[in-house]
Design a protein around this ligand. Sequence first.
Ligand code: SAM
Length: 245
Amino acid sequence: MGREDEEEEEEEEEEYQQERETDDDDDESSASEEEEESESEEKWRKHYSSRHRILLVGEGDFSFSVSLATHFGSARNMVATSLDSQEKICSKYSNAIANVRELEERGCLVLYGVDAKTMSQHYFLSTQRFDRIVYNFPHVGFLFREDSYCQIQLNKRLVKGFLRNAKLLLKKEGGQIHISHKEGHPYNKWDLVKKAHKIGGLVLTQSVPFCKDDYPGYDNKRAHGTLSDASFHLGDCTTYMFSLA
Ligand SMILES: C[S@@+](CC[C@H](N)C(=O)[O-])C[C@H]1O[C@@H](n2cnc3c(N)ncnc32)[C@H](O)[C@@H]1O
C-alpha cells in the first residue's frame, strides 16, 4: 500500500469516528428530549391523567394498565398490582408476560400478591399516596352461584375491604377511588354505594357509564377457574367515583 493510500485510509477512519460520535450525540439528545416531552406534556385517557399518581388494584392480565401506559408514554406515575404471584399470572393469561414487560419498560412499578383488603399495610404502598385508586370489576372468584347469598356476601366483603384500605392511600386533595361494576341482578345486591357510606369518610362524587372501548387494548378477564384468560360479558356497567368527605 502506497503512502497516499495509507493517508486516505486514515482520513476515512477519522471521518467514520467523527460521524459515529455525532450520531451518538444525536441519539442521546433525542432520547432525553422525548423523555422530557412525555413527562411535561399532560395526556388524558378518559378519567386518568399522566400527571395523576395512579394505583391499579386487582389487575387481571394488566391490559388496563397497559392501555393507560401506552397512551401516557411514560408509566412512572403508575403502580399496577395483582393479587396473584408473577408465576400465577404467567400461567393464567397469555398476554401477561408481554404486558408486564411493556409496563416495566415504561417505568411502571408492578407488584404481585397485593390484597385489596390489606393493601394499606403493604410495605411499599403504605408509604405512598395516590390521586386515583382504580379497581375494575372486583370479584372474589366463582366459589358459589353468582346470585347466591354466600357469593354476594364474599364480594361485598371484598369491596368493603378495598374501600377501607384505598381510603387510607388516597391523597387528601382531589384523590378519587374508582370502582367499575356491572349493573343489574345480582350485582346491584352488592350495595356498593351503601358500603362506602357505611365505612364513613367517603362520598360518591360521580357515577358514569364504563365503556371498554375508551381503553384500547383492555381485555377484561374472568381471572378464575379454567377460563381465567377469557373475558366476560360486560353489558351495562358503571364507574363509581368516591372521594374523601
Ligand atoms: C373479574 S376479575 C377482574 C380483573 C381485572 N380487574 C379486569 O378488569 O380484567 C376480578 C379480579 O379481582 C382479583 N381479586 C380477588 N380478590 C382480591 C383481593 N382480595 N385483592 C386483590 N385482588 C383481588 C382477582 O385476582 C381478579 O384479578
